[in-house]
Design a protein around this ligand. Structure first.
Ligand code: GLU
Length: 260
């Protein structure tokens, strides 16, 4: 049964949730616990939950005593290498409370392009879900090059949701919804519902976000629209509101999917 409203999220069988680096690292590191407890609750109730989490590079920075994001690719790759394992360890540690096993899945853009590798990725993910593992997906940043990247994890999350034919994709952010202009500007209006036909031409969408993320509203809207075209509805909301969102609260911005 298709999900047509955020209030129907509790009936979703397969949910992909995406969280960005700035929501779970640095000053917001404590938010990881809140996120995991909400995901664990949905998983325990029987949903298949997949998390797409950024944060490898941000997590690696203090480990290698770096204060700002490096410009060069090789240092970013090294940071991702040390940060990714630490990130998964943090998730597994929290999931332990609910006796849930995490599975790390790292994709490169090419994995989801060719039919054969795509089917291979799908088979592995489906098996993890059958085994009641909670897959935690990120881009394989240690081997990704600037030219061949997903670019941002919003896009990766949409592609994972499409690959798995998820019932809903939840994009978590540091803002609570989409606004008709950057929310810090006076008079910015919250948008609660984006119809499938709405190309959002009239609104002013920011390109960058603060902190470590590569996203901002632009990548979220692009990812939401991509998922919508493949029949998947998307909720964009604040990371603080993840439990409310999973419980069917009326939060964030709902992006309506193309009807199948
Ligand atoms: N994959 C990157 C990381 O884990 C982040 C990409 C993004 O910010 O969207 O650090």
């Amino acid at each position: 049964m298709a999900i047509n409203d955020s209030r129907e999220i509790p009936t979703a069988k397969r949910i992909v949730v995406k969280v960005g680096s700035s929501s779970i690292s640095g000053a917001n590191a404590g938010q990881l616990e809140t996120l995991v407890s909400a995901l664990a609750q949905a998983h325990t109730k029987g949903a298949e939950v997949v998390l797409v989490s950024s944060g490898a590079i941000a997590t690696g920075m203090p480990l290698l005593n770096l204060e700002s994001k490096p410009e060069d690719l090789a240092t970013s790759q090294a940071l991702a290498s040390v940060g990714q394992s630490r990130l998964i360890a943090r998730y597994q540690n929290e999931l332990e409370n609910s006796k849930i096993v995490a599975g790390q899945v790292l994709f490169t853009a090419a994995d989801l392009e060719q039919q054969e590798t795509k089917e291979n990725a799908k088979r592995a993910m489906e098996r993890l879900l059958e085994l009641r593992v909670l897959p935690i997906v990120n881009e394989n940043d240690t081997v990704a090059t600037q030219e061949i990247r997903f670019g941002d994890n919003d896009n990766l999350a949409a592609q994972v949701a499409i690959l798995l034919n998820a019932d809903v994709l939840i994009l978590l952010s540091d803002i609570d919804a989409l606004y008709d202009r950057p929310p810090k500007l006076e008079g910015a209006q919250r948008i609660e519902w984006v119809t499938y036909e709405d190309d959002l031409e009239g609104i002013e969408i920011g390109d960058t976000s603060t902190g470590f993320g590569t996203g901002g509203a632009r990548t979220k809207v692009t990812a939401a629209k991509l998922a919508n075209r493949h029949g998947i509805p998307v909720l964009l909301t604040d990371t603080h509101k993840v439990a409310e969102a999973l419980a069917g609260g009326r939060v964030g911005t709902w992006f309506e999917q193309q009807e199948s």
